[in-house]
Write a protein that binds this ligand. Structure first.
Ligand code: GLN
Length: 507
């Protein structure tokens, strides 16, 4: 029974709880048991909220017993990336500098999930302050990819994606600044969505780069992602960049799953050198499948996308060097060298030296340099101009196509340790995801098969104009349906059974 309960989708789970077929407490316990049996090897969670989860589940069961009509996610267990502030639950951002910090408030997304009766199972592992593409920059050890435990689960939200792929949680919420929801989704065979910038409140997300950060869902199906998206999205007066407009009809779009008459633009720049042949092959097949169910396909040119990665690696460090200045040993978490005689500056320096890992330090230094007087125009200013050119490329492409499509990431999951000492190689994992963050678009990754060379999941990316998030779900729903018809099941059902399997197990 436990196995059957953890394999259900969020939509199925919520329906079963509302119908009284199973209780929220039983469902939650099944997921806690699953975490107990597989997370020692996956390491998706930094903190498991067993008592809190069971208490939240009990509340849902009581509400049902009292005759209340439950919402579409009531009683559904969910994993939260550890960058999202949760009242009473530790929030470390994968960093020693926040070890022991328990926020006194909930992020808006956490508050909305709780209000919807969602059961928060715990906080998931991530690259420190969301900088990375492999979760190896976590101060608390890496997460392993459930498809092959010797491989990376993507990053920075590798913990959330691995939890969903390992059936430890049906759904998760993460953040995406340059690809941290979509790239982990791609390499773990899950669905990940970066909503339109301003579509989901950033209040209570620990900021990496404020002009790029956006929270969104990770799930095993397109409909489940839509249910979470609809729950967390919508205007929030606590976030000044929050858009005051109705939430796009993402659930209806996922259910319609209809691409008839839609124009798909294949981005010419996201192919060729550096792309794994098996990734390109699966991507092209998926485009053909969508054509077969009624979409038209055009090729589009986005000539400035070549400069997206360098522009991002000036804008992100600049913003993060400023955002991370708040970790000053006085306000949160760690405090080192405070022996009663040291000055505030000495304590601050000792704390930041001990508390930040190498990647965080690299970006703080890069960003401080890019913003410094005399260099500002040449680096940060120039990168902002490139950002405008990328936005113009998108605007022109969206005149020819309703959505743009590409592989989510140039390769499948690489091996743990393979790129950790080579920042450039690590950064290239986000080649196709970064332009959407720079432009504020909506973007989704969903599985489109396994690469022939290594049998690992390949991600298909769909990009829509700002506030047209529903188009992602139309295309995602249609592709998921066409592929499931072909295979007779979802791709994730092919993931190894971690309870018995030892494939790829590190010795
Ligand atoms: N991998 C990218 C980076 O390291 C994206 C991070 C993110 O989206 N948080 O910056």
């Amino acid at each position: 029974m436990t196995d059957e309960l953890v394999r259900r989708t969020a939509a199925h789970t919520a329906r079963a709880i509302a119908d009284g077929e199973v209780s929220a407490v039983e469902t939650t316990q099944a997921h806690l048991d699953r975490i107990g049996s597989v997370d020692g090897r996956v390491h998706a969670f930094l903190h498991v909220n067993a008592d809190g989860a069971l208490a939240a589940a009990r509340t849902v069961d009581d509400r049902r017993a009292a005759g209340e009509r439950l919402g579409p996610l009531a009683g559904v267990p969910l994993a939260l990336k550890d960058v999202i502030a949760t009242k009473g639950l530790p929030t470390t951002c994968g960093s020693r500098i926040l070890e022991g910090w328990v926020p006194p408030y909930d992020a808006t997304v956490a508050a909305r999930l709780r209000a919807a009766g969602v059961v928060i199972l715990g906080k998931t592992n991530m690259d420190e302050f969301a900088m990375g593409s492999s979760t190896e920059h976590s101060a608390f050890g890496p997460t392993h990819n459930p498809w092959d435990l010797s491989r990376i689960p993507g990053g920075s939200g590798g913990g959330s994606a691995a939890a969903v792929a390992a059936f430890e949680a049906p759904v998760a919420v993460g953040t995406d600044t340059g690809g941290s929801i979509r790239q982990p989704a791609a390499v773990t065979g899950t669905v990940g969505v970066k909503p339109t910038y301003g579509g989901v409140s950033r209040y209570g997300l620990v900021a990496l780069a404020s002009s790029l950060d956006q929270a969104g869902p990770c799930a095993r199906t397109v409909l489940d992602a839509a249910l979470v998206h609809a729950t967390i999205a919508g205007h929030d007066p606590l976030d000044t960049t929050s858009i005051e407009a109705p939430v796009p009809a993402v659930v209806a779009a996922a259910e319609a799953a209809d691409v008839r008459g839609m124009r798909l633009g294949v981005v010419r720049q996201f192919a060729g050198e550096g792309y794994q042949p098996g990734v390109e092959a699966r991507f092209r097949e998926a485009v053909e499948l969508l054509e077969g169910v009624g979409a038209t396909v055009v090729e589009v040119d986005c000539p400035h996308f070549t400069y997206a990665l360098p522009a991002y690696y000036l804008i992100l460090p600049s913003e993060c060097s400023s955002n991370l200045a708040r970790f000053d040993a006085m306000r949160y978490g760690l405090r080192v060298g405070d022996d009663g005689t040291a000055s505030a500056e000495e304590v601050m320096a000792a704390t930041r030296e001990a508390g930040f890992g190498a990647e965080a330090k690299r970006r703080i230094i890069l960003g401080t340099y890019a913003l410094s007087s005399g260099y500002y125009d040449a680096y940060y200013g120039q990168a902002q101009k490139v950002r405008t050119l990328i936005q113009r490329d998108f605007a022109a492409a969206f005149e020819q196509a309703d959505v743009l499509v590409s592989p989510t990431t140039p390769t499948t999951a690489f091996r743990l340790g393979e790129r950790v000492d080579d920042p450039m190689a690590m950064y290239l994992a986000d080649l196709c995801t970064i332009p959407s963050n720079l432009a504020g678009n909506a973007s989704m990754s969903l599985p489109c098969g396994l690469a022939a060379e290594d049998g690992l999941p390949v991600g298909f990316q769909v990009i829509a104009p700002p506030m047209a998030d529903d188009r992602l779900y139309r295309v995602g729903g249609a592709l998921e349906a066409a592929l499931s018809d072909r295979w007779g099941h979802l791709l994730i059902d092919e993931a190894p059974d971690l309870v018995t399997a030892t494939a790829g197990e590190p010795s």
